[in-house]
Design a binder for this molecule. Structure first.
Ligand code: PXG
Ligand code: PLP
Length: 435
């Protein structure tokens, strides 16, 4: 090991355990990482659900290099630079109709905070300022900032941090293995869970509710796919009561489930949509919030010389991030990557389902190029069986991700069938050994 490991306090990591047996990567290209010792690792999770076009793509590398030399920084408040505007125009060509406005952030977490603040401010500027309540969902992940953990539904991310935002409530999650285990694509049962929102309206009154935020497909909490009709129903209830619907597409955005955004796959258009990760192929930190023209225009009614939305980041629309995003969009377009997951979905799903009869496999879920294999926990040691599988796969040259006792796969969208077979073979061995 070259540098000591002491000073770096690592995020979302068992620091002491990691430092006893560190797992480092030093280089990446295409579908692979390499360790400092030169061992090749097949990337089964697109880094952390973000490297959708694969690693070290030439157009993106070149765009970042050129941009760093040409314009390293431009102040984003009351100033601009051409690529920020160009990128916004390019992005709204990809979004569902109506989502025509882009606000830049630097991460998924910041996108979520931005969207929640937009929702509150939107109601306020239209004279409906009593709408302050935000509704999330159990088992939701919306990043790690205070708004996101308040509307989020992962107890580990919430319990250490006091009271969080006031006036938040949660829909029930949609995970129902009793009725839906081993569904192909969207599960059949559970659309009625969207009616939880009607119960919240009955409890709190619609006049107090600003917005509902959900992941169209929940990623971090175990790949939970929306039951058929669920998102449509949520949209209808929001419309009925003037509640804004926010889709958190930080994972589902940019081709993960076979359409540019999940909104298109499910045919449901939200009022606000958060993205990050695949926006720059993970190469430079960047996030964004898409807003409908209607939401945006509501802000544009006051005096023209005044700031309409008191929000923004030093690095909003950073030139390096914009350049990376433009290179990323070019790569996606040239290689048809934003719809490639739809072409591979059948093969990928079948490969995943071949694991069905292995020991302790209690559910397999998949859509597009995202999959979850849920394992029965080792008694008294939740998460340990999946973590054993993760370590075993790493030793055998495949990177997977675990959440609870679910093993998650979300490979780069450039993956080919042989890579899928390799991942499944290594995973099958690891699951057998973790029995
Ligand atoms: N929303 C969603 C739906 C996400 O998946 C965020 C917001 C936050 O994004 P940032 O860029 O602030 O991390 C995410 C991020 C995992 C894992 O292992 C998933 C995420 C982040 C870290 C780990 O599942 N998703
Ligand atoms: N803290 C201080 C003292 C600052 O001056 C700023 C920005 O100017 C911030 C936090 C916020 O930083 P950022 O805009 O990078 O989110």
């Amino acid at each position: 090991m070259s540098a000591p490991l002491d000073a770096y306090w690592m995020p979302f990591t068992a620091n002491r355990q990691f430092k006893q047996a560190p797992r480092l990567v030093a280089r990446a290209d295409g579908m692979h990482f390499w360790t400092p010792e030169g061992r090749q690792i097949l990337d089964g999770v697109a880094g952390l659900w973000c490297v959708n076009a694969g690693h070290a793509r030439p157009r993106i590398v070149q765009a970042i290099q050129q941009q760093a030399a040409e314009l390293d920084f431009a102040p984003p408040f009351n100033m601009g630079h051409p690529k920020a505007f160009e990128l916004a125009e390019r992005l709204v060509e990809l979004t569902p109709p109506g989502l025509d406005k882009v606000f830049y952030t630097n991460s998924g977490s910041e996108s979520v905070e931005t969207a929640l603040k937009m929702a509150l401010a939107y109601h306020r500027v239209r004279g409906d300022g009593a709408r302050t309540r935000l509704i999330g969902r159990e088992r939701g992940y919306h990043g790690v900032n205070f708004g996101g953990i308040s509307v989020g539904g992962m107890v580990g991310n919430r319990k250490m941090f006091g009271h969080l935002l006031a006036g938040v409530d949660h829909l029930r999650h949609t995970h129902d293995p009793v009725r839906n285990a081993f569904s192909i694509g969207q599960p059949a049962h559970g659309a009625e869970l969207a009616d939880d929102l009607e119960r919240m309206v009955a409890l709190h009154d619609a006049s107090t509710i600003a917005a509902v935020i959900v992941e169209p497909v929940a990623g971090s909490t175990g790949v939970l796919i929306p039951p058929k009709g669920y998102l449509q129903r949520l949209r209808q209830i929001c419309d009925r009561h003037d509640i804004l619907l926010i889709f958190d597409e930080v994972i589902t955005g940019f081709g993960r489930i076979g359409t540019p955004f999940a909104a298109q796959r499910f045919g449901v258009v939200p009022d606000l949509m958060t993205v990050a990760k695949g926006l720059t192929n993970g190469c430079v930190p960047m996030g964004a919030v898409f807003a409908t023209r209607a939401v945006h225009d509501t802000f544009m009614n006051g005096p023209e010389h005044l700031i309409e939305f008191f929000h923004g980041y030093t690095y909003s629309g950073h030139p390096l991030a914009c350049a990376a995003a433009l290179g990323t969009l070019d790569t996606y377009a040239e290689e048809g990557l934003l719809t490639r997951a739809a072409e591979l979905e059948g093969f990928f799903g079948e490969a995943l389902r071949s694991l069905r009869d292995l020991p302790h496999v209690i559910d397999i879920r998949h859509i597009g190029l995202v999959g979850g294999i849920e394992l029965a926990p080792i008694e008294g040691q939740p998460t340990q069986r999946a973590f054993k599988v993760f370590l075993d796969c790493w030793e055998r040259g495949v990177l997977v991700r675990t959440t609870g006792d679910t093993v998650a796969l979300s490979p780069p969208l450039i993956i080919d069938k042989q890579h899928i077979e390799q991942i499944i073979e290594v995973l099958a061995g690891a699951i057998r050994r973790a029995a």
